[in-house]
Design a protein around this ligand. Structure first.
Ligand code: F6R
Length: 609
């Protein structure tokens, strides 16, 4: 996730306005920043790695000349957060500048093609192919306007993008296009703006035009032209008045970042399906060769590791050991050696215990692999291979969207490994790959259909003193994560166990009315799990079950149920099944009068440069 913004102003200088707007978009990314403006037929650019304030201190982002320009605040996906990879990116002639939010999947092929035509690339980004592609199209079609060239260029792009393009040859226009990444236009009598999100221009105008997927927008002072990319047809759209306060706008109308991020999961999961093939392949090769695989992490990321150990075993027949990072050195330190592989999972890439485990394993010559949301973090620097999960910054302290994205990446890795090892038939692979692609829609459906019901369940159980979470098989990880979310933001003491273990002690806690949450995918554990539900019911527990829609058997047994769509394969089930538990924790916190964005005694790890 990155933030883009640009403007055409009547009399004012654009650069300070872009700078201020990028500050308002910093929640979308903050590892590098850049601006480009046009003045007197010349293109000017400033960009660097670092937070906006840091870059401004050194380079002064406000003194670029001209009243038209674009800006970008980056959260790296392709290429480390370095000056050369910061946006805007330029063509060979230095006349065209592009800012981009999204992921171009076919950039490697396009880059090769363009290099064969003599284009020279400076960065490792997917974005840089766009200005070169536009340059190439203009070279071959001398009568084309910038808008026509951008239209042709975006037809060649696969993946997600919102882009903005300026050219010193058409110094009064900005051309934007959108596919699966957000883009809005703001207008008033004095100016026209575009941005990834409304908060960027809300202090300047409250009149906004939403741009849809598959649309190309040409901005000039006093004029906004929208066309369909597919057939160039003109689209007529009136601006809407936005009634949000700036505070509401940053959370896009949601009361808290946590609920905003829960709702962002379908889009994040779509992004996560675009992890870079090359790195995923490389990582699965390392996993394939390893003698021991340790999956090391803390908190929510550890739960992703736990779920992944089931995925690796069930799909690729790879045994792996999920280990809590703070225990790793004590528990496994001496067994690690040159044949060991550590896959460290950390949203921030900076969690001290995870890094300590990695350091200890490095000293024993183990191979370090990393999965993180923060490119440029310490974990990316110490890993032999790392994958960026591409969830965008997570502002809520409680991990939600980064957890489901971690699960999706791990499932993709397990599938690759299974293919490499020939452990899963092609039909089964195709079936799972297809289901994985549908997971974002499944999550969207769950949020849409179940949120109100979960709110009511939270109201009903808000005064419960303790909760129990139970699951079997891979759903044990889901149960652990549901418990952690409820404890950390709603302050309800909760316990979680593999359901089979509950009778070896924990069941003694049960008394009438004790809430027990069961995670019940219809997998191989379903039948046994029903036995566990009966045991709890017989002792008077109040059962809340997360079930598949057609699970009539469990519906009859339980007090409350939350439904997810049918037919989710076992190895993918933690993604949809955890979403109701995130919502339950969120609404329990609200019912109990707590701010879910500010859990006491907790803070997020950040990269320290
Ligand atoms: C829980 C939560 C924490 C983190 C843990 C690891 O909601 O956010 O448990 O999962 O602190 O953080 P990372 O993944 O950054 O290493």
């Amino acid at each position: 996730m990155c933030g883009i913004f640009g403007c055409i102003l009547k009399d004012e200088a654009a650069a300070p306005v872009i700078h201020a707007a990028l500050k308002r978009l910093e929640y979308r990314g903050y590892d590098s920043v850049g601006e480009a403006t046009i003045d007197d037929g010349k293109l000017y650019v400033k960009k660097d790695q670092g937070k906006i304030d840091e870059v401004h201190m050194v380079r002064n982002l406000d003194d670029l000349p001209g009243s038209l320009g674009v800006g970008h605040t980056r959260w790296a996906t392709h290429g480390a957060p370095l000056e050369v990879n910061a946006h805007p990116h330029l063509d060979c002639s230095g006349q065209i500048a592009v800012v981009h939010n999204g992921i171009i999947e076919n950039f490697a092929e396009l880059r090769l093609e363009l290099e064969n035509h003599g284009h020279v690339f400076k960065s490792k980004t997917d974005t840089e192919i766009i200005p070169h592609l536009i340059e190439e199209i203009l070279k071959n079609n001398s009568s084309f306007s910038l808008a026509e060239a951008v239209l042709e260029a975006v037809k060649k792009l696969q993946g997600s993008y919102s882009i903005a393009v300026i050219s010193s040859k058409e110094p009064d226009k900005i051309v934007c296009a959108r596919n699966e990444s957000p883009l809005v236009v703001g207008v008033n009598d004095e100016a026209v703006y575009f941005a990834s999100d409304i908060p960027a221009f809300l202090p300047l105008t409250n009149k906004a035009l939403m741009v849809d997927d598959g649309e190309l927008v040409t901005l000039s002072l006093g004029h906004v032209e929208i066309r369909k990319i597919a057939d160039s047809q003109l689209v007529v759209r009136e601006p809407k008045i936005i009634e949000w306060t700036p505070e509401m706008a940053i959370k896009q109308g949601y009361p808290h970042f946590m609920i905003k991020e829960i709702h962002e999961q379908p889009d994040c999961l779509r992004n996560t399906l675009r992890v870079q093939e090359h790195y995923a392949d490389l990582m699965s090769t390392f996993l394939d060769r390893a003698r021991d695989v340790y999956l090391v992490a803390c908190g929510t990321s550890y739960h992703a590791c736990l779920a992944s150990s089931y995925m690796f075993s069930k799909l690729a027949f790879l045994p792996s050991y999920p280990i809590i990072a703070s225990e790793f050195v004590e528990q496994c330190g001496k067994s690690v050696n040159i044949d060991s592989t550590i896959l460290a999972v950390s949203q921030s890439g900076e969690t001290a215990d995870t890094l300590a485990s990695v350091n200890s394993a490095r000293q024993r010559a183990a191979t370090i692999l990393g999965l993180t949301n923060t490119i440029g973090s310490t974990l990316t620097r110490v890993s032999r291979v790392y994958i960026g999960q591409q969830s965008g910054p997570e502002i809520g302290v409680a991990a939600t969207k980064t957890f489901t994205s971690q699960l999706s990446v791990m499932a993709q890795l397990a599938l690759r490994l299974a293919k490499k090892r020939g452990k899963v038939s092609q039909d089964e692979m195709d079936f799972l790959a297809e289901k994985l692609k549908k997971i974002p829609d499944t999550v969207e459906e769950i949020i849409q259909k179940q949120e109100q019901k979960i709110k009511m369940i939270a109201k009903k159980y808000k005064d419960s003193k303790t909760f129990f979470f139970l699951g079997r098989g891979i759903s044990t990880a889901t149960a652990y994560e549901g418990r952690l979310k409820l404890m950390e933001i709603a302050y309800v003491p909760a316990i979680a166990f593999p359901a089979g273990e509950s009778k070896h002690g924990p069941i003694s806690l049960i008394e009438p009315g004790f809430p027990v949450v069961f995670i019940c995918p219809k997998d191989e554990t379903h039948k046994t799990l029903i036995g566990n539900i009966m045991e709890m019911k017989a002792r008077g527990a109040s059962i809340i079950a997360v079930i598949e829609e057609d699970d009539e058997e469990i519906k009859k047994l339980v007090d409350d149920y939350i439904e997810v769509p049918n037919g989710i394969p076992e190895v993918l089930s933690p993604v949809p099944f955890v979403v109701p538990l995130q919502l339950l924790a969120y609404y329990m916190a609200i019912e109990r009068g707590y701010n879910p964005d500010k859990p006491r005694n907790l803070a997020k790890s950040v990269t320290v440069k």
